[in-house]
Design a binder for this molecule. Structure first.
Ligand SMILES: C[S@@+](CC[C@H](N)C(=O)[O-])C[C@H]1O[C@@H](n2cnc3c(N)ncnc32)[C@H](O)[C@@H]1O
Length: 222
């Protein structure tokens, strides 16, 4: 069995919750996630896509190495534009929040067939929740992952209209409800980072107010 990073193993665990899935892995790069998914469920239908030739070459080499060339469709593509209408799940992992949001916004026509989105952004988790919720998706699962001295929040969205409070969008509705050890570890880390920034800012700096408000929110919950 191929060995994935902790973050991608979490992404895979979200995909594997459902048995019959037709998915596109946008920005597949090495396609290790897709190989791991098929090793765990050979009934999955997978399109491994990237918008650059070099990562796709890398993906193809790995896919051949693990003998999945007849199982994974490799595709040069920008985002989710003109994807096959049978695709019901989109995975986007390892990109910044703004890139992920613009991929989904530019592909809004394609989203009508998409039941699940599995997202592993590198940053701005509140923004990801807010913008994807606006697109008609609710947060079904989320997990904090700590790897290589960095925290990640991996999220699963399902098509469903649901309203969230400002606090739920900031902390994550499921993370906030469960409040496990990872929750405290992650948000204490955010708090100490913000306190450090605040201490270095001059008294009249414009950013102070925003940081103070964010710290107040954090202090209410952890
Ligand atoms: C850092 S890699 C992430 C690889 C893997 N998904 C992971 O999480 O480890 C980001 C990949 O996304 C690809 N990418 C960036 N923008 C894209 C877009 N608009 N459409 C498709 N692929 C894109 C890049 O070429 C790169 O291979």
């Amino acid at each position: 069995m191929i060995k994935l990073s902790k973050r991608l193993t979490t992404v895979a665990s979200f995909v594997l919750k459902e048995e019959k899935v037709t998915l596109i892995d946008v920005g597949c790069d090495h396609a290790l996630l897709d190989i791991y998914l098929l090793q765990n469920n050979d009934k999955l239908k997978i399109v491994a896509s990237d918008n650059k030739e070099a990562p796709l070459e890398n993906a193809k080499k790995n896919i051949i190495k693990y003998s999945f060339l007849n199982k994974i469709e490799i595709c040069l593509k920008d985002g989710i534009k003109n994807i096959d209408e049978n695709i019901d799940t989109v995975v986007i992992a390892g990109m910044g929040a703004e890139t992920i949001i613009s991929i989904l916004e530019e592909g809004h026509n394609e989203l009508k067939n998409i039941k699940r989105l599995i997202i592993s952004s590198n940053n701005k988790y509140g923004l990801i929740r807010k913008e994807i919720n606006k697109m008609g998706y609710a947060i079904n699962d989320e997990k904090i992952v700590y790897e290589d001295n960095k925290f990640y929040v991996v999220m699963e969205f399902v098509k469903k209209r649901q309203k969230y409070s400002k606090k739920e969008l900031y902390f994550g509705p499921i993370l906030l409800k469960n409040k496990d050890d990872d929750f405290y570890r992650y948000y204490h880390f955010i708090k100490s980072e913000l306190e450090e920034v605040l201490n270095k800012l001059p008294e009249n700096h414009l950013k102070r107010n925003k940081i103070v408000k964010e710290l107040e929110l954090l202090n209410e919950e952890c």
